[in-house]
Ligand binder design. Sequence first.
Ligand code: 3PG
Length: 207
Amino acid sequence: MTTAAELLELSPVIPVAVIDDIEHAVPVAEALLAGGIPVIELTLRTPIAIEAIQRVRKEVPDIVVGAGTVTSAEQAQQAFEVGASFLVTPGSTESVIDACLATGLPFLPGISTVSEAMRLAERGLTALKFFPAEAAGGVEFLKAIAGPLPGLKFCPTGGITPDNAAKYLALENVGCVGGSWLTPKYALAHNDFARIKSLAKAVSHLR
Ligand code: 3PG
């Protein structure tokens, strides 16, 4: 996987994981992989996230591990240094986009408006995260911009559930969706990795 367009094709769902306990990182990645999901986005929202990326990269080499919630240039660089294979940002400031580009990694910059999408397209970035998808217009927004902005592909994230995922995946301009429901807090709190595997199994054939 060397481009953001390829990243959108890896899996119907990119699991967005918020890991608090470093010991959860490897079993979560293994459970997703065992359930047929070959990718994991570890969000940089917890203090152990960078170490978690490093561990998963080393100990679960068959899963593609990336860093999510990249909100600063420094985070982009740190994620790159520990071996993240891709980056995801919730929004698109100039400095964060510059820093992501500087790493050379594929990345999904976040957008929620037409102008943001156009600005990124001007820079050659055509695989984008649509966030927060449900709150920012959902399926109707993506349908409405498909005509004026052909050539852009999205990973809608934020409010995606097993119930609405298929509606997004049916759209021409959607490559995959992102969501945290595959790695729920209740499963993590009880070390219930079998639950994560079965949630992954349930979506691995969505597309
Ligand atoms: C993200 O960072 O992409 C979102 O927090 C995931 O949104 P969700 O929890 O609604 O799936």
